[in-house]
Design a protein around this ligand. Structure first.
Ligand code: SF4
Ligand code: MG
Length: 327
C-alpha cells in the first residue's frame, strides 16, 4: 500500500529559559525521536495523556511547527524544513480539525463565509463555483444549504463540529489531522460525528491521523493505533492486535481504564485491571531509562538505566519495553 505520510526520527524540543539572563537552561522534549508511516486511505490513531506530545507531533507533521530534527515526507515531498511559501502546494492537501469547534470558528462569520474562506485563500474558483462547492460540502456533512446564512453560535456542539469538518474538506485535502475532534462533545454526539468522519473518509478517500486522549474513541475509527508517552511511541500496532493483545504496561493500564462507552463489537477480551497511579512526570525533567518506570507496576533495575527501543515483536506490532527485549 502506498505511503502518504512518512515521519522519520522527528524531534521537537522547546528551549527552557532561566536565570537573570534568560539563557536556555534545558529543553522540553515534547516529541523525542518518533518514526512511523501512514498509508493512503488509512487512519492512524494516536493516544496519549495531555502533555504526551501528540498535538505537537500533529503540528510538526502539518509544518505549523518546524521540527528540531528528523524528517516529514508528505506525498513524496520532504517538507521538514521548507519555507511556508514553498510548502503551500502540499498544505492544500493537508487540513486539521480541532477539539473545540466554537473556539476555532470566528463567531462574526456566517457558516457560508467560514466554509468558503479556504476556497478564497486558494484563489482557484470563481464566485459561482465557490457557492456551488460550499453548498455541496455543507450538505455532505449533514447540514442544510440554508444553514449558510446562520452563525456558529446558533448551532449545537455536534453541528459546529460538522461546520469545521466542512471547512476542512471544502478544498479536497488528501490528509486530515483530527486533533481530539469529539472530546468536547457528549458521548451520544461523539458517535454521530465519528460515523460521519468515517463515511466521509470512505467516500472521499481521505487519510486520517486521529489524535485522542483515550483508547475508546480511536478504537472505532482507526486501522492502527500508536500509544504515546512523554514524547515517544511506546507501542504501535494494528487495531485488533492492540486491543486484544496489548504488550506495553502503559497500554494495558489505559485499556483497563476504558470507560463504558464502546462503539465496537469485537471487544470481549479479558481485561486485566491495572491502575495507573501517579501523574505524568514533567517532559522537562523525564525519568532516566524508561520514562514510564515511575508509574510502571513491572519496573525493574534495568528500566532506570537503559531506554527501551521500539522493536517489532510481531508483524506490524512494535513495543518499547524491556520485558520483551534481551539484555
Ligand atoms: Fe515498565 Fe520497564 Fe517496560 Fe518501562 S521498560 S514499561 S518500566 S517494564
Ligand atoms: Mg492536545
Amino acid at each position: 500500500q502506498e505511503i502518504l505520510v512518512d515521519v522519520k526520527n522527528i524531534k521537537k524540543y522547546f528551549p527552557i529559559k532561566g536565570g537573570v539572563l534568560k539563557r536556555t537552561i534545558g529543553h522540553l522534549k515534547a516529541v523525542d525521536d518518533v518514526s512511523f508511516t501512514i498509508r493512503k486511505g488509512e487512519t492512524l490513531g494516536i493516544v496519549g495523556e495531555s502533555g504526551s506530545g501528540k498535538s505537537t507531533l500533529g503540528r510538526v507533521i502539518l509544518r505549523l511547527l518546524e521540527p528540531t530534527d528528523g524528517q516529514v515526507i508528505f506525498n513524496d515531498v520532504d517538507i521538514s524544513y521548507l519555507s511556508q511559501r514553498k510548502i503551500r502546494p502540499q498544505r492544500e492537501d493537508m487540513q486539521i480539525i480541532f477539539q473545540d469547534p466554537f473556539a476555532s470558528l470566528n463567531s462574526k462569520m456566517s457558516v457560508g463565509q467560514l466554509v468558503e474562506e479556504p476556497l478564497i485563500v486558494q484563489g482557484k474558483m470563481s464566485k459561482e463555483e465557490r457557492k456551488k462547492r460550499v453548498i455541496e460540502i455543507i450538505e455532505k456533512v449533514g447540514l442544510r444549504a440554508d444553514d449558510r446564512q446562520k452563525y456558529p453560535h446558533e448551532f449545537s456542539g455536534g453541528q459546529r463540529q460538522r461546520i469545521s469538518i466542512a471547512r476542512a474538506l471544502v478544498i479536497h485535502p488528501k490528509f486530515v489531522i483530527c486533533d481530539e475532534p469529539v472530546s468536547a462533545l457528549d458521548v451520544s454526539i461523539q458517535a454521530q460525528v465519528l460515523n460521519l468522519m468515517k463515511d466521509l473518509q470512505d467516500d472521499l478517500g481521505l487519510t486520517y491521523l486521529f489524535i485522542a486522549h483515550d483508547l475508546s474513541v480511536v478504537k472505532h475509527i482507526s486501522d492502527r493505533v500508536a500509544v504515546m508517552y512523554l514524547g515517544r511511541f511506546v507501542e504501535i500496532a494494528p487495531k485488533q492486535a492492540l486491543y486484544t493483545n496489548a504488550l506495553h504496561p502503559y497500554t494495558q493500564a489505559l485499556l483497563s481504564s476504558i470507560p463504558v462507552i464502546d462503539l465496537n463489537e469485537e471487544s470481549n477480551h479479558k481485561q486485566r485491571k491495572i491502575a495507573l497511579t501517579g501523574d505524568l512526570p514533567s517532559p522537562a525533567n523525564p525519568p532516566s531509562g524508561c520514562t514510564f518506570r515511575t508509574r510502571c507496576p513491572q519496573a525493574h533495575d534495568r528500566c532506570a538505566i537503559e531506554r527501551p527501543e521500539l522493536i517489532e515483536l510481531e508483524t506490524d506490532h512494535f513495543v518499547a519495553c524491556h520485558l520483551y527485549s534481551e539484555e
